[in-house]
Structure formats: C-alpha cells, structure tokens
Design a protein around this ligand. Structure first.
Ligand SMILES: CC(C)(COP(=O)(O)OP(=O)(O)OC[C@H]1O[C@@H](n2cnc3c(N)ncnc32)[C@H](O)[C@@H]1OP(=O)(O)O)[C@@H](O)C(=O)NCCC(=O)NCCS
Length: 181
C-alpha cells in the first residue's frame, strides 16, 4: 500500500479511479512525454489513462510507490512521483534491476513552483528512513529541467550511462546519509 506523504505544500497519495482525467491530460501532452522513454509518444485515449491508473495502483510495496502529487490547499493533482526498481538495459522486455530509481512527471500548469523538488525530496527522505541504501535517477541528456530537480534534491551527477532502459542517459545518484561511514 502506497503510504501518504505530506510536505509543506503538497500531499502525495495513492492514485484514485477519479484521477483518470488528470492522468490523460498529463500524459497526452508532448511537453511532458518528449523526454520519457526511448521512443517518446503521447497517450492517445482515455482507455490508456484508465490502464495507467490501474498500473500505478498495482505497485504494492512497503517502501516503493507511485504517488499522485496533489496540492494541499485544494487537493488538485499536479503530478506523479515514482520510487521503484529501475529496468536494466538488455533484451526486451526489460527486467527490473536491483537499483531503485526516483522519477517525476508534472503538469506544465504547475512547473516553476518547486513542486517537483519538494515532492521528490520528501520521497527520498521516506526511502532513506525505510533503509534504502541509495537511489538513482536517469534523464534524457536534453532534459535540463529534470537534471535541475536531481541537483536540487542533492543527487550527484555521474555522467552518461547506458546501464538502464537501453538508452544513453545522464545518471544521478544519492546515497543514504545515515548509512555512510
Ligand atoms: C522535470 C519537471 C518535473 C521539472 O519541473 P519544474 O517545475 O522545473 O521543477 P520544480 O517543480 O522543482 O520547479 C523548479 C523551479 O521552481 C522554482 N522554485 C523552487 N522552489 C520554489 C518555491 N518554494 N516557490 C516557488 N518557486 C520555486 C525554482 O526557481 C525552479 O526554477 P528554475 O529551474 O528556473 O530555477 C518538469 O519539467 C516535467 O514534469 N517535465 C516533463 C516530464 C519529465 O521530463 N520528467 C522527467 C523525466 S527524467
């Protein structure tokens, strides 16, 4: 069960069936999808959005999660925050590696407010409080906004890597400070 995580301005909660319209609006936009996956494509039907919400709800893990990020003041969904095993490069279908990744997809109406960094910092804190040793993030080399979020939450840039997703990505890493010698 995905736990609820609160920050100053945001509440991260499990996805609800009523979030389908938001998910469709979010993932049908090219500005959101353009740097996601090796062959970026926008969502084209509401049925796909229903399926996506089901997949988000299916991740049932005590620490990992895929959260709906909502604004506390009015409950409005603003984005997605993910903490889950990252797929290793290799033969398709890609299999999850032992490494845990953090990721974010926010609606463009809400960019520039620091919401992604605020939500991601809280999920990192949750991951480390739960004993996860380290967390990685990968971005398309052209995705400077996402790289800024990585840096803002204290991740170190390790350069480019082809280790994950069968793609050349910028790789970021942060280790659990409470496990550092
Ligand atoms: C990546 C993504 C989430 C970044 O969104 P973002 O709005 O730039 O990131 P944040 O929400 O952290 O906001 C950062 C901006 O808010 C500002 N900000 C930070 N804290 C703030 C606060 N408390 N109040 C107001 N503004 C604040 C910062 O100045 C920053 O602006 P800057 O980058 O010009 O310095 C967004 O571009 C996105 O969803 N893209 C599409 C999906 C995607 O590519 N995901 C990543 C795949 S790897």
């Amino acid at each position: 069960m995905t736990s609820v995580i609160n920050t100053e301005r945001l509440a991260l909660r499990p996805w609800e069936d009523s979030d389908v319209d938001f998910v469709y609006d979010l993932y049908s936009r090219w500005v959101v999808q353009r740097f996601i996956g090796t062959e970026p494509a926008v969502m084209e039907s509401r049925a796909e959005a229903e399926e996506r919400v089901r997949r988000f709800q299916d991740l049932d893990h005590p620490v990992h999660g895929i959260w709906a990020v909502t604004r506390k003041e009015d409950g409005l969904p603003v984005g997605t925050l993910l903490l889950k095993p990252i797929p290793a490069s290799g033969e398709e279908p890609l299999q999850p590696s032992d490494d845990v990744e953090i990721g974010w997809h926010f609606h463009p109406d809400h960019w520039g407010n620091g919401f992604a960094a605020e939500a991601a910092a809280a999920v990192l804190e949750h991951a480390f409080a739960s004993g996860i040793e380290q967390v990685v993030a990968v971005t398309n080399p052209a995705n400077e906004a996402s790289q800024s979020v990585c840096r803002r939450i204290g991740m170190e840039h390790l350069g480019q890597s082809k280790k994950y997703y069968n793609a050349k990505c910028e790789l970021f890493l942060v280790k659990n400070p409470s496990l550092e010698p």
